[in-house]
Design a binder for this molecule. Sequence first.
Ligand SMILES: [Zn+2]
Length: 320
Amino acid sequence: MGQTRVKDENTNYVINSKNKFYANEFRKAAQSRDFNKIVVLDSRKTCVTTIKSNLHNLRAFANEFRSTCKQLKIAIPDTYISHCNQTMSIDYRYVHENSCERCIENKTAGEVKRKAVVKINQEAHDINERNRLSEVTTTEIADYRINKSGTHNYRYSKDEKKLVERLLHENKGNVTETCAMTLVDDNTIKRWLRRGDIKPYEGEDAYVKSNRGNEYSKEEKQEAIDLFHELGSIHEVKKITGIPDPTLHGWIRPEVKYERLSIKELNEKYEYYMNQADMIDKIKTEKESKRNQNLEKISELEDFLKTGMKQLEQLKQEIE
Ligand SMILES: [Zn+2]
């Protein structure tokens, strides 16, 4: 016959410590030992679950912490894990949490966490709400199209031009983009810009057509040159076409015409400027001399007053 196996079941023991201090020390030490379960029953009592054959060792261990060991007759009460990570009888929970520093600390942290969660949820809600509303706006954008039926020689109203201007500015001056949104062709928008019907986007972040390779067509180039002759300013052309200044400078070399003057005309001009300079000198000198005259008068007055004061002093003294 085979050996009868001794049943070595888990048993619950209650460790009764002399006081709170020993109870704590015992629990700390017990946690690093190979017990099945450690449950805090109250400030002095700890329940340890271990196999029966370990009882002797447990008793000796408890003794080190001035604690006694008895079998727990009643079942272990319901437990929970405290903030300081101890398994604990529910009955003892509130007493412990209100006196355990780690639990108090962690409870406060929990409160902060809870508030943070509320705040995050609120922010997420706000963002979702904004997204939901912005979707509505997107639908509106689809309706920026003007002259949907494509009527030839369509007459644009003031409001429609205003709308195009607003969208052009929203697009940071990108005419192509604005054309796509409004169905107004780019020649029309550029014409309005030239005539001042709508204002160009002036922001520093203005859209600049990128110049990858030979991106500009002959027509675009010619149009820019024509525009330059009309407006006389490369900067203005850039504002309308979105083509960057350096590219435009490459295409447009403004001819500078100097007025050719005859020697006689030059002499006349020279004389004129010299006369002007003389006049200015004269005025300056006059002003200077007037100022000097005034200064002289002032010092004369001062002298006069001083003498007067002195005479008054003397008179006063004589009377006294
Ligand atoms: Zn605690």
